[in-house]
Design a protein around this ligand. Structure first.
Ligand code: ZN
Length: 103
């Protein structure tokens, strides 16, 4: 997991479908509840509901799905970092936060 290369594991149709599903989920009361706290899932900072973005814990291109268990509210900074960093770099970034208070 730490040294995996960026391999596309899904076809375009699946990707399109899962993206549409994520957009739809963003319109649901479930998602509004999810962002109501205004807190980023990763860094636990309170950035406000409006600043939170929908993030796939396992990215779609890696075979992740748009299901509730795979979707978290992330601040723009974390979302951007997650997309730009390698898997192990992202993990190192996460380790800089105290995750014991995760709710
Ligand atoms: Zn964050």
């Amino acid at each position: 997991m730490s040294d995996d290369r960026y391999v596309r594991e899904v076809d375009d149709d699946t990707l399109r479908r899962e993206k549409a599903r994520a957009r739809a989920l963003r319109q649901t009361p479930w998602w509004r509840r999810r962002i109501a706290s205004g807190r980023c899932h990763y860094c636990q900072r309170d950035v406000g509901a409006k600043a939170l973005t929908l993030d796939h814990v396992v990215p779609l291109v890696r075979g992740g799905r748009s299901i509730r268990a795979n979707l978290v509210a992330a601040c723009k900074e974390c979302n951007h970092k997650k997309q730009s960093l390698l898997a192990w770099e992202w993990q190192a970034y996460l380790d800089t936060f105290d995750r014991s208070a995760d709710s």
